[in-house]
Design a protein around this ligand. Structure first.
Ligand code: 5AD
Length: 437
């Protein structure tokens, strides 16, 4: 049987897309391998959101090409594939196949053709494509990603995604619910709904509030998460649905991008600083104890020192539990390229450093306040180091604890005993009866 190796970069949707590709190829008899040297087909699922992400992939391609066998296939999938298209075939001669996010359905055929020496790029958008009939092959059992919306119709001026993932479309609520029912029947208890602006979900009949309620009612589901929402798409209906739906977890990743209204306007975000703070307050009223994380870009064109100071003060004002922070990266084809006053690289680097320091201090304060509290955690697996187990609270905090491997995939009550600033150590409050002796 032919073997397939997939390496995934970037966001959770890419992880989910790789699971789709594995599903598509499993139907054709492919078997997955974790060893590139043992693979007939090597695929790299890529990210285009920043230049750094693309450079990493190009570097990795230079290594992976050595694993390509005679008659084997090396393919670039995902957003970088979509962005560069046939240019990638020219740039990396060992690449046989370039396929964007809407082209995976043709993968088996494209791979067969590539194996016989035909190099090809498929970067056509298909605004109907949901891969509805493709059962993804998922890596984990207790948790699953479920894509509910593909593409993006927002036009944030810094962002390449509308150009790489095409127009926004939502799956039918009934299809999503059926998929989640299938997952819980196989033992999945935690689901993360995915979409570029996931709370703008609308299938023509149902909105995101309906979706949360419907998925939240699936028997066997214990935790429901979603990412990433757009701040102003938290309608009252959605907030009430979150509050009413017990399984919805107390964590929202709420990308702010900047704390300056002037910069937000240039980014074509649909809110200003005050409106964002209102959304934060509304979320906190609706979901008590909600943890908030965010994405922040520094050095967007025209960002002044005083704009940046507003970003720092916003981090303090909100009290984020954590933040992903980025230096603005010019993306060819995005509107921001034409904005004047690009910020110098050293200034970006220096602002990023200051921002990270504030984010860390604020996050540490949040974490320290949680030490001593009791939490429910889902044990996800072994910790990367040592022989501890890694678990996650409903608020999405990672906690390490001692316990038997049999706990993996189960829920435990723990007390948080210490923190490194972002992650925790925890002590189980209940023991297996067998362990209690
Ligand atoms: N430069 C830097 N960061 C970016 N992001 C998106 N586009 C860019 C860019 N051109 C960040 C945003 C987004 C996250 C996924 O990546 O913060 O929320």
């Amino acid at each position: 049987m032919p073997t397939i190796y997939i390496e995934t970069y970037g966001c959770q949707m890419n992880v989910s897309d790789s699971e789709l590709m594995l599903g598509l190829l499993a139907r054709e008899g492919y078997v997955r391998t974790d060893d590139p040297a043992a693979a007939d087909v090597l695929l790299v699922n890529t990210c285009a959101v920043r230049d750094h992400a693309e450079q990493r992939v190009l570097g990795r391609m230079g290594e992976l090409k050595h694993y390509k066998r005679p008659g084997g296939v090396l393919g670039v999938m995902g957003c970088m594939a979509q962005r560069l298209g046939p240019r990638l075939l020219e740039r990396v001669p060992q690449v046989d196949l370039v396929v964007g996010p809407d082209g995976y359905r043709n993968l088996p055929e494209l791979i067969a053709r590539a194996a016989s020496g035909e190099r090809a790029a498929d970067v056509a958008f298909k605004s109907w494509e949901h891969y509805e009939d493709v059962p993804p092959v998922r890596g984990r059992t207790s948790s699953a990603f479920v894509t509910v919306q593909r593409g993006c119709d927002y036009r944030c001026t810094f962002c390449i995604v509308p150009m790489t993932r095409g127009p926004e479309r939502s799956r039918n609520l009934t299809d999503v619910v059926r998929e989640v029912e299938g997952l819980t029947a196989q033992g999945t208890t935690e689901v993360t709904l995915l979409g570029q602006t996931v709370n703008s979900y609308h299938d023509g009949v149902h909105d995101f509030a309906d979706l949360l309620r419907a998925v939240g009612a699936v028997p066997g589901l214990r935790r429901l998460r979603f990412t990433s929402p757009y701040p102003t798409d938290f309608t009252d209906r959605v907030l009430v649905a979150m509050a009413d739906t017990r399984v919805v977890c107390e964590h929202v990743h709420l990308p702010v991008q900047s704390g300056s209204s002037r910069v937000l306007k240039r980014m074509l975000r649909r809110y200003d600083r005050e409106r964002y703070l209102e959304v934060v307050a509304a979320l906190r009223r609706a979901v008590s104890g909600v943890a908030l994380t965010t994405d922040i870009i520094v050095g967007f064109p025209g960002e002044t020192e005083s704009d940046f100071a507003e970003t720092l003060s916003l981090v303090e004002a909100v009290g984020f539990d954590d933040a992903y922070t980025f230096k603005y990266s010019v993306r060819e084809g995005t509107p921001a390229v034409r904005i004047k006053d690009h910020v110098a690289e050293e200034v970006k680097a220096e602002r990023l450093e200051r921002l990270i320091a504030v984010v860390r201090r604020v996050a540490r304060g949040k974490s320290v306040a949680l030490v001593g509290t009791e939490q429910e955690v889902l044990v996800e697996g072994r910790a990367r180091r040592g022989d501890l187990l890694q678990a996650r609270t409903r608020t999405n905090k990672v906690a390490l604890l001692e316990g038997p491997a049999a706990w993996i995939g189960t829920y435990r009550r723990v007390r948080l005993t210490g923190t490194s600033g972002t992650t925790f150590t925890a002590w189980p409050l209940e023991r297996e009866p067998a362990l209690m002796g």
